[in-house]
Design a protein around this ligand. Structure first.
Ligand SMILES: *[C@@H]1O[C@H](CO)[C@@H](O)[C@H](O)[C@H]1NC(C)=O
Length: 280
């Protein structure tokens, strides 16, 4: 009895597999693609079949959820309709030129060939690298133990990433920062992170700001060159003062020395004159 049940299941599974292989004599396979903004994106596809060669009659590309195809290609008539940024490369692979953020999404790829037809889904995702981050501070010149804000901004990226902060000893300050993400008309993101200090210890500097993409990969970093109010004004001022004083002291002692030497010489000359003027 048990063996009869097993046989039944085996036959059922086989018939399902047979049914599938009868329906399509080939398989269309596509890899999902990650494109870079304003560059060409390749969508590698292949036709797997026992019989060769397979000739393509029609390619229809639709965005998921839309009725109208975004691209139709008929190689025999050599006609293309829809978005001309799409191209069929050798075989069944596709290329999308001048990729835009709006191209992101799921697609349905319908192919009709001499061996029948098949339908497959693939996704296109788009990325754009962030520009190198720029760090500024408020105030521009930071006072020791004074209030301070550091701002790190990176623009032109996609999708949304994040910013991490580290100080001179590589201590992670990210938790104390607040991140603001804005999206421009072009769909690209600007990341702005702010680190606020009630009392800034100049020993923490330089601060590093690191830009990470949505996969937490580093895309750029910057170091903050600290401009200290106390150093740049007071200390430098003092230095000039000491230099001036030192100069005055050196020149003054030289002049004094010369005067003394002159006086001594005059005295000796006078003494000699007096000696020679004495009557014999
Ligand atoms: C720094 O801190 C952030 C936020 O807590 C965390 O996500 C990140 O992994 C930390 N980075 C390192 C290198 O420890």
């Amino acid at each position: 009895m048990a063996s009869a049940v097993l046989l039944f299941f085996v036959l059922m599974v086989m018939s399902v597999r047979d049914g599938k292989s009868e329906k399509s004599l080939f398989n269309l396979k596509c890899e999902s693609a990650v494109g870079v903004i304003s560059q060409n994106t390749n969508i590698p596809c292949s036709i797997e079949s026992q019989k060769k060669p397979v000739s393509i009659n029609t390619v229809v590309l639709k965005r998921l959820g839309q009725k109208k195809p975004c691209f139709v290609y008929q190689p025999h008539e050599n006609t293309i309709t829809g978005d001309t940024r799409f191209k069929v490369l050798g075989g069944s692979s596709l290329q999308l030129q001048n990729t835009a953020i709006s191209d992101e999404g799921e697609y349905e790829y319908h192919i009709r060939t001499s061996l029948g037809e098949d339908l497959i889904k693939f996704t296109i995702s788009v990325t754009a690298k962030y520009n190198n981050p720029v760090i500024t501070s408020v105030p521009e010149k930071i006072e020791k133990n004074g209030r301070a804000e550091l701002h790190c901004t990176a623009s032109g990226g996609y999708p949304a990433g994040t910013i991490h902060w580290f100080d001179q000893s590589n201590t992670n300050w990210t938790k104390s920062a607040s991140l603001d993400i804005t999206r421009g008309d072009d769909g690209l993101h600007t990341l702005s992170s702010t680190l606020r200090f009630q009392s800034f210890d100049t020993l923490w500097a330089p601060f590093k700001c690191i830009v990470l993409n949505n996969k937490y990969q580093e895309e750029g970093r910057s170091s903050f060159i600290l401009e200290r109010k106390d150093v740049s004004e007071t200390t430098v001022g003092n230095n000039t003062m000491t230099n001036t004083i030192a100069g005055v002291v050196v020149i003054g002692s030289l002049v004094a020395g010369l005067l003394v030497a002159l006086l001594c010489r005059q005295r000796r000359v006078q003494q000699l004159r007096r000696a020679s003027a004495l009557p014999f």
